[in-house]
Design a protein around this ligand. Structure first.
Ligand SMILES: Cc1ncc(COP(=O)(O)O)c(C=O)c1O
Length: 316
């Protein structure tokens, strides 16, 4: 799809190792990638995206991320104009150009710019696929995750109802999360967990939430993104013989858990040692969480979960 001579930059003319983007068939430093101010992705949050991690030179569980991205686009009636194979080729080219072995790789389709002046009809927009890649991002910094993160449960905002914005479609409607993050930062917490309107635990900005009680994992069944890391933990739990319950998790029950952890493509399994005043597992990562954290990276090393990046031949 993208021929060599369409690539405007080479490693010699620009250092892409701090991040690169692919837009309209061109590679560029991520700092130079921009959207038109009239793009509906920007002015109406009419956009979806996905993020696949690169660990040790390979995409982790790439087919699951591509399938979720495709489902999100179908739900929003967005057409990237590319097949999954084309998108995969773009992602390879992008990561290879940066040379990064551990990366955060975003694929995005925006509604784009309306091609009919004054039209308010989304069908008149030219949908726009692009992708970008930066060094790996941890949702909870490793030095904090090591001791267990302190999280806050928002009390001035709840999660946008799924009847209004479908959380299974990965989206940029982050008004609720951002308000919650300000609350969390104001009380010195690392991040925030949002409840739904009925007081059940949902998710946080960039992560799903799990409770562990008597060696049983509990995570929300609805009102959340079906995280690929959440899925990985559920798969690992099955392999480890841990019981799993996917159902509404009332906040009162959540506070009675033995352990709490979050799952995210930005760090895998991250322990939570405090939620506001409640201290879990002696203020440290709990044993089930620690085992799952290790198992996540063991899974990332298994050949069947890896799609090796096609880096340019280093010897050339
Ligand atoms: C709202 C939300 N929930 C959960 C997650 C975790 O999903 P995944 O494990 O696929 O990264 C994310 C990831 O960005 C997210 O934005």
């Amino acid at each position: 799809m993208l021929s060599q001579n369409e690539t405007p930059l080479t490693a010699a003319t620009s250092d892409l190792s701090t991040g690169a983007a692919w837009m309209s068939g061109k590679l560029m430093p991520v700092s130079e990638a921009a959207l038109p101010v009239t793009d509906w992705g920007l002015i109406h949050s009419d956009i979806t995206y996905d993020v696949v991690p690169v660990l040790d030179g390979a995409f982790f569980r790439l087919p699951l991320y591509l399938a979720r991205f495709r489902r999100s686009m179908a739900e929003l009636r967005l057409d990237p104009g590319l097949s999954d194979q084309d998108i995969e080729a773009v992602l390879h080219e992008l990561v290879a150009a940066t040379g990064l072995k551990k990366a955060y790789v975003a694929m995005v389709t925006s509604r784009g710019v309306n091609t009919v002046p004054g039209s308010r009809d989304p069908r008149d927009c030219r949908n726009h696929f692009f992708a970008w890649c930066v060094p790996y991002i941890h949702v909870i910094r490793p030095e904090i995750a090591e001791k267990g993160a302190h999280l806050h449960v928002a009390n001035t905002v709840c999660r946008i109802p799924p009847e209004s914005v479908n959380p299974k479609v990965k989206n940029y409607h982050w008004g609720d999360f951002t308000k919650g993050l300000f609350e969390a930062k104001d009380v010195g917490a690392e991040s925030v967990i949002l409840l739904d309107a009925s007081g059940n635990v949902t998710e946080g900005p960039g992560f799903n939430v799990f409770a562990v009680k008597d060696n049983t994992l509990v995570t929300a069944d609805a009102g959340v993104l079906e995280g690929i890391s959440r899925q990985t933990v559920l798969d690992i739990a099955r392999e480890m013989g841990l019981a799993v319950e996917i159902r509404p998790l009332p906040f009162s029950e959540f506070l009675e858990s033995d352990e709490v952890f979050i799952t995210t493509s930005g760090g895998g399994v991250a322990p939570v040692s405090r939620v506001d005043d409640r201290i879990f597992s002696n203020d440290a990562p709990g044993p089930v969480t620690t085992a799952l954290h290790k198992a996540y990276f063991d899974w990332a090393a298994q050949p069947e979960n890896r799609t090796e990046i096609r880096y340019p031949d280093q010897s050339l």
